[in-house]
Design a protein around this ligand. Structure first.
Ligand code: HEM
Length: 362
C-alpha cells in the first residue's frame, strides 16, 4: 500500500519536473526567436548596452513608437534615416556632425554633393525624436545615439533584423568641411576594389561591405547617381531590359527623376537586393561590381539564397559601423537641438584650447 503511494508520488514528481523542463526549453526558444541580442560584437570603450537604463529607460520605446507612426505615413523615410546614419558614421565618425546646419565657420556637411540627396524630412524626424526623448528624460540622450537607434528601427520597421545598439555616443562640436565630406563618402561609380580598401581602412571587412551594401534593399536614387552607366555607353554588366527601363526613367543623364534601389521589393528590407545583383539589375556600379569581383561574388550569392544569413551579417556590420570614431565620456556634448551646437560650447572649445596652450607652456 505504502509502496503504491510512493510510486504514485514518484511518478507525479517526475511528470512535474518533465513539464518544468519542457516549459523552460520553450521559453528559451521563444526568447531566442523573439529578439536580437548581438552582444557578441565587441564594443568600444565608453559605449554600453545599457547606457540609458537609469537616465532614460524608455528611450528605445519612445523612438520605436514614434517611428511606427512616421513610417505609416511615409515608409521612404526609413531609407532616408538609414542613409543619414551611414553618412554620419563615415564622416568624422558617428557623432551627429551630418545633422548640424552650416554656421559662420562655413557650410555644413549637408551642403556637400553626396549629401544633397539626403532627405530634409528625415532630419526633421530626428529632431522631433530628440524633442520627444528630451521631454521625457531631460537633455541626456545624444543626437548621435538617437540617430543610431532610429536607423536600427528603420531597418526593423521595414522588415529587417532587430539588434541591440551600444549607446553612449556624444555629439560633435564641429562638422567636417565640404571636401572632407566628399572624400569620405564612397561614390556610386566606385568598383569593389576601391570599396574593399575604403572599408578595410575603417576596420570593416569584405563581408561587412557586402552586408552593409544590402542597405540598398530599400530607398531610392536620383538619375545622376547611375546614368553614367547608361550614357554615352551602356555598362555591359547591366541587364539590357533593366537598362532600357532605366533609360525611360532617366531620358537624359541629368534628369531629376528617381528610381527605386531594389526593383523586386523596394520598400521591404529583405535579401532581394542580392537577387537583383545576380540578375545584373544592380543600380550603381558600387552595387553591381560586388557580383563581378571574385572576392565578393560568393558572399552576394550566399546572401541571395539565405535571408537569415544576410540579416545576421547586416546586424553585426551595423553595430560595427555604428561605433566608428564615436565620442564618449566628457568628449563633445549632448546637443539640445540636433541641428546646432549648444550655445556656449564655442566658449568651452576655446577654453579647452587655452588650457591646452597653457599646459604646453609649463
Ligand atoms: C558601399 C558604398 C555605398 C555607396 C557608393 C552608396 C551610394 C548611394 C547613392 C549614390 C544613393 C542614392 C542617392 C540619390 O541619388 O538619391 C544611395 C542611397 C541609399 N543608400 Fe547608399 N551607398 C553606399 C552604402 C550604403 C550603406 C552602408 C547604407 C546603409 C547601411 C546605405 C543606405 C542607403 C539607402 C537606404 C539609400 C536610399 C536613401 C533614400 O531613399 O533616401 N548605403 N546610396
Amino acid at each position: 500500500m505504502a509502496n503504491g503511494l510512493s510510486k504514485r508520488i514518484f511518478t507525479f514528481l517526475m511528470l512535474i519536473s518533465l513539464v518544468a523542463v519542457a516549459l523552460n526549453l520553450l521559453a528559451t526558444v521563444e526568447a531566442q526567436n523573439k529578439k536580437k541580442p548581438r552582444r557578441d560584437v565587441p564594443i568600444v570603450k565608453g559605449l554600453s548596452w545599457s547606457f540609458y537604463q537609469k537616465a532614460c529607460p524608455k528611450v528605445e520605446k519612445i523612438i520605436r513608437k514614434e517611428l511606427k507612426k512616421v513610417f505609416k505615413n511615409d515608409i521612404g523615410l526609413a531609407a532616408a534615416i538609414l542613409r543619414i546614419h551611414f553618412h554620419d558614421c563615415f564622416v568624422q565618425g558617428c557623432e551627429g556632425s551630418v545633422l548640424l546646419d552650416g554656421s559662420a565657420s562655413g557650410p555644413g556637411e549637408q551642403s556637400s554633393i553626396p549629401n544633397l540627396t539626403l532627405r530634409q524630412a528625415a532630419f526633421v524626424v530626428i529632431n522631433n525624436l530628440r524633442a520627444l526623448v528630451h521631454k521625457q528624460c531631460g537633455q541626456v540622450v545624444s543626437c548621435s545615439d538617437t540617430l543610431a537607434l532610429a536607423a536600427r528601427d528603420s531597418v526593423v520597421l521595414s522588415g529587417g533584423p532587430d539588434y541591440d545598439v551600444p549607446l553612449g555616443r556624444r555629439d560633435s562640436l564641429a562638422f567636417a568641411s565640404q571636401n572632407t565630406t566628399l572624400n569620405n563618402l564612397p561614390p556610386p561609380f566606385a568598383k569593389a576594389s576601391q570599396l574593399i580598401t575604403d572599408f578595410a581602412n575603417r576596420n570593416l571587412n569584405i563581408t561587412d561591405l557586402v552586408a552593409l551594401s544590402g542597405g540598398h534593399t530599400i530607398g531610392i536614387a536620383h538619375c545622376p547617381s547611375f546614368t553614367g552607366r547608361l550614357y554615352p555607353n551602356q555598362d555591359p554588366t547591366m541587364n539590357k531590359f533593366f537598362a532600357n527601363s532605366l533609360k525611360r526613367t532617366c531620358p537624359t543623364a541629368n534628369s531629376s527623376n528617381t528610381q527605386v534601389n531594389d526593383i523586386r521589393s523596394p520598400d521591404v528590407f529583405d535579401n532581394k537586393y542580392y537577387v537583383d545583383l545576380m540578375n545584373r539589375q544592380g543600380l550603381f556600379t558600387s552595387d553591381q561590381d560586388l557580383f563581378v569581383d571574385k572576392r565578393t561574388r560568393g558572399i552576394v550569392e550566399s546572401f541571395a539564397i539565405d535571408k537569415k544569413l544576410f540579416f545576421d551579417h547586416f546586424a553585426v556590420a551595423m553595430i560595427k559601423m555604428g561605433q566608428m570614431s564615436v565620442l564618449t565620456g566628457s568628449q563633445g556634448e549632448i546637443r539640445s537641438n540636433c541641428s546646432a551646437r549648444n550655445t556656449g560650447s564655442f566658449m568651452s572649445v576655446l577654453e579647452e584650447g587655452i588650457l591646452e596652450e597653457a599646459l604646453s607652456m609649463i
